[in-house]
Design a protein around this ligand. Structure first.
Ligand SMILES: *Cc1c(COP(=O)(O)O)cnc(C)c1O
Length: 386
């Protein structure tokens, strides 16, 4: 019977040690959280600038709700679109240096839209193998041919582009890879897009707010402007709230508005949220000292890890993986940290390649140097041969 089949599949997941559990927090997002009735020092969130619980943002959300009410009441193309959504889209476009932007309820939905509607049946999508799952799902929805290239392998990508029979070409990449923390070679990707008449779709989920002058993200970091660029930014990470957007040429954005099913067939995000997001953009712009503190924490953590004999990756971002290797070993390490009151997620295959199970440490400007010291102390030295 159907349910018995499901039970058997669940048992199999359990047997492989791949069951996932949610942990319920009893306090707001921050470096110090209450979980299971106990205080933890957390290195889990993507709240890179420490804005998720910032009083100014909490106030802006409450103020937005007082002004605009709690909900949008309908989808954007019916009656759920408000003046404050327009204002937010204009602010986002200008923040990223693009002609126009369109806002979405989540990054997942923005990626389904951007990848899923810019390519079609006779087109091809070229995607880095380590791209976020939502970009892969968008490619599958598009029905275009999906060609994945080895992580950062530009020669491989160039060869694929040169030999494709596809009508239109889309190159799709994370800017900051979510499990490794490394950066895509965006200028070189753009060069390839130009040479092969492709669009370049970039997911800046972990770059926005963190990289570039005023936290304007990866395009600003690399100082790039091009009509071939389509940028996705998420607003639940450094921006501390929720939501996402796609920015680019006006016609590209208009196409998404007309065609993207994850935009059309869903209730608009509350206008109160758009109001708070405008405040978040101001806070991001003014957060140079937070970004400087974050960079110092990253450097401090990396040198401490290396001194302890731990294997780090080539990441200058707040995402700092510690490669352990085996699944069991990684879980055991995560558990021992947990017992010491330090919360760091263990990431295992299939999220990362076999044999590269890791701790994924993510830092926030809200962490103190002493928090990183405590993490390093609890981690200790990696045992030789381990
Ligand atoms: C988090 C994330 C998303 C999804 O964004 P949500 O707003 O959480 O749905 C998309 N891409 C990348 C690279 C991400 O890390």
């Amino acid at each position: 019977m159907f349910i018995d089949d499901l039970r058997a599949d669940l048992d199999e997941i359990d047997r492989l040690g791949l069951v996932r559990h949610r942990r319920s927090q009893q306090s707001p997002c921050g470096p110090h959280v209450l979980r299971d009735g106990r205080e933890y020092l957390s290195f889990c969130s993507n709240d890179y600038l420490g804005l998720a619980a910032a009083p100014a943002l909490v106030d802006a959300l409450a103020e937005g709700a007082r002004h605009w009410g709690a909900g949008a009441g309908a989808s954007h193309l019916v009656s759920g679109h408000y003046a404050v959504h327009d204002e937010l889209e204009r602010a986002l476009a200008s923040f990223c240096g693009c002609e126009r932007a369109i806002s979405f309820s989540t990054g997942y939905m923005a990626n389904l839209a951007a990848v899923g509607t810019l390519a079609g049946r006779s087109d091809a999508i070229f995607a880095d193998r380590l791209n976020h799952a939502s970009l892969v799902d968008g490619a599958l929805l598009s029905r275009a041919r999906l060609c994945r290239y080895p992580h950062l392998d530009l020669d491989h990508l160039a060869h694929q582009l040169a030999t494709t029979p596809a009508r239109r070409r889309l190159i799709v990449s994370d800017t900051v890879f979510s499990m490794d923390g490394d950066l895509a070679p965006v200028p070189q990707l753009l060069e390839l897009a130009e040479r092969h008449d492709a669009l370049l779709v970039l997911d800046d989920a972990h770059g926005l707010g963190v990289l570039g002058p005023e936290g304007r993200g990866s395009l600003a970091h690399f100082d790039l402007v091009s009509p071939r660029l389509v940028l996705i930014g998420t607003l639940g990470k450094a921006a501390g709230l929720a939501g996402a957007f796609v920015a680019g040429q006006a016609d590209v954005i208009e196409w998404l508005l007309q065609k993207a099913r994850s935009y059309i067939f869903t209730t608009a995000a509350p206008p109160a949220l758009a109001h708070a997001l405008l405040q978040a953009l101001d806070l991001i712009r003014a957060a140079d000292s937070r970004r400087a503190a974050l960079r110092e924490l990253v450097a401090h953590l990396r040198s401490g890890l290396r001194a302890g004999g731990w294997r780090t990756m080539d990441s200058a971002t707040p995402i700092q993986p510690v490669i352990v290797g085996g699944n069991r070993e990684t879980l055991a390490l995560s558990r021992s940290l947990d017992e010491a009151g330090v919360w760091v997620p263990a990431i295992r295959p299939p999220t990362v390649p076999e044999g590269s199970a890791r701790l994924r440490i993510s830092l926030s400007a809200a962490h103190a140097r002493a928090d990183v010291d405590r993490l390093l102390y609890v981690l200790g030295r990696r045992e030789a041969g381990a």
